[in-house]
Design a protein around this ligand. Structure first.
Ligand code: 5GP
Ligand code: ZN
Length: 120
């Protein structure tokens, strides 16, 4: 598994080779709006490291994934999700074909905002 996969859509987005509406970036993580939002707020939060899915996580990723999960609620509020408990958001991490994963670079969907949503 290479840090950057030249054939991976999200690696290309992270590298700026494919445009996206970026919402956050640091040394380890990148976030951008989903191109087909299901909810008023719908962004994808990804590690910059090319990890195909949750199925490839190992203990060495514990810090990275902890950082990702702690960042999700902060970005959700900044992007317009209403505060817990009346508001909130949904975090989804599709994994593998039966998990509904289409892009094989680990990502979490963060969705929120007033209902109804388009899906979900
Ligand atoms: P998955 O089904 O793998 O969990 O979700 C992949 C998500 O990536 C989908 O919600 C889809 O709309 C989004 N997506 C696919 N291609 C692009 C793209 O080129 N740009 C952005 N911003 N999102 C994309
Ligand atoms: Zn990738």
């Amino acid at each position: 598994m290479n840090a950057h996969d030249p054939n991976c859509l999200f690696c290309k987005i992270i590298a700026g080779q494919i445009p996206s509406k970026k919402v956050y970036e640091d040394q380890d993580l990148f976030a951008f709006h989903d191109i087909h939002p299901w909810a008023p707020v719908h962004f994808l939060l990804v590690p910059k490291l090319h990890i195909p899915s949750m199925a490839q996580l190992t203990p060495e990723h514990e810090h990275l994934m902890g950082k990702l999960m702690v960042l999700a609620p902060k970005l959700a509020l900044e992007l317009g999700c209403n505060p817990y408990p009346e508001g909130g958001f949904r975090v989804v991490c599709n994994t593998g074909a039966e998990g509904g994963q289409e892009v094989h670079h680990l990502h979490v969907h963060v969705m929120g905002g007033p209902r109804p949503w388009l899906r979900g």
